[in-house]
Design a protein around this ligand. Structure first.
Ligand code: ADP
Ligand code: MG
Length: 275
């Protein structure tokens, strides 16, 4: 499948919760993610980032607005496509099957979805693992490889069926700093050699700017995209860019934008707690 952009138009998501009544998670939220763009979304905790990703992935519905992948409408109040191989998700806590080898894990999706036969999927998985230097661990079980290796395998598993967009919800959050740096570098190299559309959520602003072509800052709940920063830092990128003037300037600006929203979220939380 060719990479596609996503247009998110005036999306609203209202949860009906028994405990808290209605929760307006997203309101008037619009973004256009371009084909082959690495788009990163940041914002205070609870602002609706995961909600938006779930709507794009087809795990959840929206209550107003539209989401389209390329020309195809995937979500609207009366349209719900559900999850599909065109929109693959990599989660924070991963999800490799511990009883299958690395190779079997990577093959699994396209085979059960009927996209490929067993032999074709194995061949494809082998070449993908080899391409990213993971051939040596094909026959190992997830429990026998490091957390950083598992993350890389999960990314390859998500990409084997050539999704139109890769959705990542704080995928490196649970990793230690050194492993995280290794996996970020892996993702950058992969993106350089095999561009695809990525929608990446993080609360780590340095990660956001290091990886992204653009970084969108969300407002406190109800979430909408408040400001989008262009990350004009050439690729291929290495950790050296982290000390560049442009990077430090962007870091300051994004930090200010997120900080303002975090304070608002904190104050709103205080008010809710005091009521
Ligand atoms: P983020 O990922 O930015 O931290 P979420 O999208 O997970 O935020 O949540 C946004 C808001 O919606 C939060 O206030 C959260 O409590 C609420 N929320 C999320 N899922 C549900 C649900 N299933 N029912 C009710 N409220 C929910
Ligand atoms: Mg979240």
């Amino acid at each position: 499948m060719a990479a596609m952009g996503v247009s998110i138009r005036q999306v609203q998501k209202k949860y009906a919760s028994a405990q808290h009544g209605e929760v307006l998670a997203l309101s008037d939220c619009s973004i256009d993610i371009r084909p082959n763009e690495f788009f990163v979304l940041v914002g205070p905790s609870g602002c609706g980032k995961t909600t938006l990703l779930n709507v794009i992935a087809g795990f959840d519905t929206l209550t107003a607005g539209t989401v389209a992948l390329g020309d195809r409408l995937i979500s609207a109040p009366d349209v719900r496509l559900g999850p599909g191989p065109d929109r693959m998700v990599v989660f924070q806590h991963g999800g490799l099957f511990p009883w299958m080898t690395v190779l079997e894990n990577v093959c699994y999706g396209p085979v059960v979805q009927g996209q490929m036969g067993q032999a074709e999927a194995r061949e494809k998985a082998r070449s993908m693992l080899a391409m990213v230097g993971l051939a040596g661990i094909e026959r190992r079980y997830p429990g026998e490889v490091s957390s950083g290796m598992r993350r890389r395998v999960e990314i390859m598993r998500a990409l084997i069926g050539r999704p139109q967009i890769l959705l990542m919800d704080e995928p490196f959050r649970a990793l230690d700093a050194i492993t995280k740096a290794v996996v970020q570098d892996f993702l950058l190299r992969l993106f350089d050699t095999h561009p695809h559309t990525v929608f990446f959520i993080t609360h780590d602003l340095i990660e956001a700017l290091f990886l992204g072509d653009r970084v969108g800052v969300m407002t406190t709940r109800p979430g909408r995209v408040k400001t989008v920063f262009d990350v004009d830092i050439p690729r291929p990128r290495s950790t050296r860019v982290l000390a560049s003037e442009e990077f430090l300037r962007l870091k300051r600006d994004v930090t200010d934008a997120v900080h303002d929203e975090a304070i608002k979220a904190f104050e709103a939380g205080e008010r809710e707690a005091a009521r």
